[in-house]
Design a protein around this ligand. Structure first.
Ligand code: SF4
Length: 345
């Protein structure tokens, strides 16, 4: 898990610091950005970064950013960065008047469900997710009718209304552990078909999955491409996100959530890494592991990339776009989220 710019729960990275400390922080940010940004790109980003830090201080706002954010957002303005599980846990603990969530809509919804008393913002309401859009609450109700007395586990990549129909949520970091924690022999697991297949390969349970659910980024990776890369670069460690197909996972040396990938790289001694996940993750890992050689033909998530540094600034200036979930959906959805968070997996 990436160390946040600020360890303090209720202050921004640059708040309550001297001018000298502010300059040092900006210099550190510039240094980090230099791993992936050109000089003129850094020069364009810095005024926005300074303004965003000032706005966070004025408005008592905290910024949570997913690992797929671009480096200017990830390293420049975030108080906490990580995968869905870490950010869900963090959003249930922090104290701020405003939470600005840099990720996609279902993630901001999760923060809103866990923080009904706070203002939760997202810089672009159209930042969706192909997995989340593949299923609605009625689809889940139909499945429950078809498979009565079968618990429903949903990957957090789904809407609040789908979470409200769920017994317990999970993330890619804990999907197997959550499913194995249930006493039932049969489980409905939604909406990611490939994650379900990958969990099925390791689980003793019968898993009913949702064929329509695919991540538009990770479904693009092919096992043949991995084999070709291994032929070209003999000494590589292949890391694939569990939203990839089972054939790709079989060719990989490691599969895990975005935060688990970071831990795995830290522990390993091979400096040549083929990373099969979203481009923002690859860029941020390049900064975290400057000694490593990332062989990456990454694919970009168009939804994640709707969140820009300028959009983040505008979201704080205008306190937009607020994400809220009506209580008849938020209450059952929170129960499903709390069950996962209380498992401490
Ligand atoms: S990378 Fe895939 S799972 Fe993540 S937000 Fe984009 S479409 Fe959804």
């Amino acid at each position: 898990m990436k160390i946040p710019l600020s360890q303090k729960n209720n202050c921004t990275a640059l708040a309550k610091t001297s001018d000298n400390a502010i300059n040092n922080s900006i210099n550190e940010i510039k240094e980090k950005l230099s791993a992936t940004f050109l000089e003129h790109e850094i020069d364009s980003a810095i005024p926005f970064i300074e303004e965003i830090h000032e706005l966070k201080k004025q408005k008592n706002a905290l910024i949570l950013s997913h690992n797929y954010m671009t480096p200017d957002i990830y390293h420049g303005v975030s108080d906490f960065v990580g995968d869905s599980l870490y950010l869900a846990k963090k959003s249930s603990q922090i104290k701020a008047d405003i939470i600005l969530f840099n990720g996609v809509h279902f993630m901001a919804e999760t923060a809103a469900i866990l923080n009904p008393e706070r203002k939760v913002l997202i810089a672009d309401l159209s930042a969706g997710c192909s997995l989340s859009e593949s299923i609605n609450a009625n689809d889940v109700r139909q499945l429950k009718k078809k498979y009565p007395n079968t618990p429903v586990v949903t990957y957090v990549n789904c809407s609040a209304e789908v979470k409200a129909e769920t017994d317990i949520t999970c993330t890619s970091a804990n999907a197997l552990a959550v499913i194995e924690s249930l006493p039932d022999k049969r489980v409905i697991f939604l909406p990611d078909e490939f994650l379900a297949q990958n969990v099925r390969n390791q689980s003793t349970k019968e898993i009913i999955s949702w064929e329509k659910g695919k991540c538009m980024v990770h479904e693009q990776y092919q096992a043949d491409d991995v084999i070709a890369q291994r032929a070209q670069f003999s000494d590589i460690t292949v890391i694939a996100h569990p939203e990839c197909t089972p054939e790709v996972i079989q060719e990989a040396d490691f599969s895990g959530s975005t935060s688990q990938v970071s831990h795995f790289i830290k522990k390993g001694d091979n400096k040549n890494v083929l990373l099969l996940t979203e481009c923002g993750m690859a860029d941020n890992l390049k900064t975290e592991f400057p000694e490593h050689n990332f062989i990456s033909s990454c694919h970009t998530c168009p939804h994640m990339k709707r969140i820009t540094l300028k959009g983040v600034r505008d979201a704080l200036v205008h306190e937009r776009y607020q994400v809220s979930v009506p209580s008849h959906i938020a209450i059952p959805a929170k129960k499903a989220l709390d069950k996962m968070l209380n498992l401490s997996l």
